[in-house]
Write a protein of this length. Structure first.
Length: 259
């Protein structure tokens, strides 16, 4: 904000130089502490959703985010016409934010891989939902086919996390719509953490960072820096062990660690 004001002042000849641009930004250490859900965590959360039509939608939304990397807004805006059944990809061309459907974050569409576990779940949903036309929303509201509410989706996800018991909780004071307060369980994990689960899963299983960046719709590679420590996947060790075997002509038993 200050930089913009000084730029405006220079442009209007109210100042001769942008003093803010000449200053050095303070060093802010990068936060690498991200909460990554394991597959067991994901299964537990999905199982914690109620067996209602809305509960099943939220469970499917969680799977889409955790195994296809879709943002909350992109999960909500996904349509059946964007599911590429034959090739196993999803087209991500829209996002639904604050009541408006527009281009995804980054202002351009992309495609992302659709693992079979997602494909099977989507096929099951396609056979049971009343909203199964190409232009219908994949996660259409079960009553009227409209977009799901993002805040409600995140709140239901948090409730499922609390119910699953995969993370510690704490009691916090919440204000209700009628102005009264109540104590409720709070958990830090949010729906956006499903995207962390996807990126870390891809990288730890040998996918190239450049591909994950493209599939996830990140324009700046620096944004993915928080996942750097997930890149060593174990395949590198296998490859080096194979190289040793070729050089020495002998295989070596896998060495177990202490304990």
């Amino acid at each position: 904000m200050a930089n913009s004001l000084w730029e405006f002042a220079v442009k209007k000849k109210m100042a001769s130089v942008n003093v803010v641009a000449q200053t050095e930004a303070p060093y802010v250490p990068r936060n690498e502490k991200i909460d990554v859900m394991t597959w067991a965590d994901i299964v537990a959360v999905r199982d914690a959703f109620p067996g209602t039509p809305m509960g099943r939608l939220n469970s499917l939304a969680t799977l889409l985010a955790c195994r296809c990397g879709l943002r909350e807004s992109e999960v909500i805006a996904l349509r059946w016409s964007e599911v590429m059944w034959d090739t196993g990809w999803l087209r991500v061309i829209e996002g639904h934010v604050r009541g408006k459907t527009k281009l995804p974050k980054g202002k351009k569409g992309r495609i992302t891989p659709m693992p079979d576990i997602v494909k099977v779940a989507l096929l099951d949903h396609l056979e049971t939902t009343a909203f199964n036309k190409p232009d219908d929303l994949v996660l259409a509201h079960p009553v009227d086919g409209s977009e799901l509410n993002a805040s409600a989706l995140n709140e239901r996800f948090k409730e499922a996390v609390v119910e699953s018991g995969i993370r510690p909780t704490e009691l916090r004071r919440y204000k209700k719509r009628n102005g009264e307060y109540e104590m409720r369980d709070y958990v830090a994990l949010s729906f956006h953490d499903c995207r962390h689960a996807w990126a870390s899963w891809c990288l730890s299983n040998g996918q190239a960072p450049a591909n994950v960046q493209k599939w996830g719709g990140w324009e700046d590679a620096k944004t993915m820096a928080i996942y750097d420590h997930f890149i060593p996947s174990g395949f590198e060790v296998d490859q080096l062990n194979a190289a040793v075997e070729r050089e020495t002509g002998a295989s070596h038993a896998t060495a177990a660690g202490p304990g």
